[in-house]
Design a protein around this ligand. Structure first.
Ligand SMILES: Cc1cc2nc3c(=O)[nH]c(=O)nc-3n(C[C@H](O)[C@H](O)[C@H](O)COP(=O)(O)OP(=O)(O)OC[C@H]3O[C@@H](n4cnc5c(N)ncnc54)[C@H](O)[C@@H]3O)c2cc1C
Length: 428
């Protein structure tokens, strides 16, 4: 990997997501060589991926170069590398660009889409966990309408204009709301020769309410917002499979659709060498103690989505969200500094700052510890919080300008098929 071995300890971080970046920043002034590895050269702001998929934002505005984040930190090196395995006995990591030794290792690899072992769904459904996947989805949605124009077969046309989103967590709800707004505000103008009233947006949920991680009040209001926008909400319905044309469920409900979007779950993006049963727990996450140390290993830590720190209030680990990742990254950074200085580490305490989701224009739900509110004010709070946590002044400015423009013009200008999505079930 061509990285000199210095006399100071080497800390290797795998993953430049929310956890990895906040950790690296804490280590920027230390007598330690820090090596950050990521398979992408950019940090992704995942909460806004759905806006890329639906043409509301360009992908560049939610991505930020990792090298730019690290440019003022001479002790931190970045390498574009896909980490393949960890050898915990030899303290070595195996990557596609060579091996590297570590004194301390931090795994911050986040999570990946969980298809729960259903290979047919994995093959045929669209996922939305990365920018390339969001761009695929954007292309597919737009290609569907282009193809719908070309066919005189009404059944085929309906199939192309029928969208099924599985999973009514924040991602599913936000995507359904955005598609419904496109149906209402954009499609009639873009496709005057297509009967876009026939577009159907189906949100399927196996539980009995949407946004089940939030308060009942937030769920009810989000459902009301979605219904107002014309989204079909299917509760207590479990998707069995999808062959690229038909979605079957645990009841006699079936959907004929060219697009099923899978937003029904994630699991830890674990790495070979740390995937043994003794290190992992449900959801493919790595079990850590209150210092984020991997069970049974003295010099390996895990933070963010990949880490499962089981506490009294969170027996299944913290929610796989940005806040626990950021807070754990910061705390572990401080703890590693303490460790290097020969001091004892401080246990991690999660501060729950609440949850929020947006359904559309002036429609959002926010749950804070003492205050739960919905509607226009919640929507402004949602926008402010997302702008605040975006990395980079340019990205904030671009997103802000886009949002203002979209709000005033009822528009989404990034509806571009830049990189056509080749779908194997598609005849065209
Ligand atoms: C569509 C979507 C919407 C979301 N909305 C919200 C929201 O509104 N609010 C909220 O709080 N949370 C939201 N989340 C969840 C939030 O984004 C995650 O909890 C958060 O990103 C976790 O941070 P992390 O640092 O653990 O992992 P990530 O941010 O996922 O970063 C992991 C990094 O590791 C890298 N990596 C992984 N494996 C390897 C490997 N083998 N080799 C090299 N590099 C590797 C990846 O490239 C990535 O850069 C959303 C997630 C998604 C997908």
């Amino acid at each position: 990997m061509n990285i000199p071995r210095l006399s100071c300890p080497r800390i290797v971080i795998i993953g430049g997501g929310f956890a990895g970046v906040s950790l690296a920043k804490q280590l920027s002034k230390q007598e330690a060589q820090v090596v950050l590895l990521d398979k992408h050269n950019y940090h992704t702001f995942q909460p806004l991926l759905y806006q890329v998929s639906t043409g509301g934002l360009e992908p560049d505005s939610i991505a930020y170069p990792l090298r730019k984040i690290l440019k003022n930190f001479p002790n931190i090196l970045f390498r574009l590398a896909n980490v393949e395995a960890v050898n915990t006995d030899a303290n070595t990591i195996v990557t596609n660009i060579g091996d590297i030794k570590y004194d301390y290792l931090v795994v911050a690899t986040g999570s990946k889409t969980n298809f729960f072992g259903n290979t047919e769904i994995k093959q045929n459904a669209m996922a939305m966990k990365t920018i390339p996947q969001s761009l695929n989805l954007r292309s597919l949605i737009l290609e569907n309408f282009e193809d719908a124009l070309l066919t005189s077969d009404l059944k085929e046309r309906d199939k192309l204009m029928n969208f099924v989103i599985v999973g009514a967590g924040p991602t599913g709800v936000e995507l359904a709301g955005a598609l419904a707004e496109i149906k209402k505000g954009i499609l009639p103008k873009d496709y005057p020769d297509l009967d876009t009233r026939r577009v159907q947006i189906n949100l399927v949920q196996s539980g009995d309410r949407v946004l089940k991680q939030m308060s009942e009040k937030a769920s009810k209001k989000a459902e009301a917002f979605l219904e107002e926008l014309g989204v079909n909400i299917w509760k207590n319905l479990r998707v069995n499979t999808y062959n690229g044309n038909v979605v079957t469920t645990n009841t006699d409900v079936v959907f004929e659709t060219a697009t099923m979007i899978w937003a029904a779950g994630v699991k830890g993006a674990n790495i070979k060498g740390l995937d043994a049963e003794k290190f992992t727990t449900r959801g493919n996450r790595v079990v850590v103690d209150e210092f984020n140390k991997v069970n049974g290993l003295d010099n390996i830590f895990a933070v963010g989505d990949i880490a499962s720190m089981e506490t009294k209030n969170y027996p299944n680990g913290f929610p796989m969200m940005a806040q626990p990742a950021i807070q754990q990254g910061e705390q572990l950074g401080k703890n590693l500094v303490r460790l290097l200085e020969g001091k004892t580490m401080v246990p991690f305490k999660y501060k729950d700052k609440g949850a929020m989701a947006t359904v559309g224009r002036n429609k959002a739900v926010v749950d804070l510890e003492r205050w739960k509110f919905q509607g226009s004010f919640a929507w402004f709070v949602w926008m402010f919080v997302h702008l605040y946590f975006l990395i980079g002044f340019r990205n904030r400015a671009v997103v802000f300008i886009n949002w203002v423009y979209n709000y005033i013009r009822f528009d989404r200008e990034a509806r571009l098929i830049i990189r056509p999505f080749k779908y194997k079930n598609r005849t065209r």
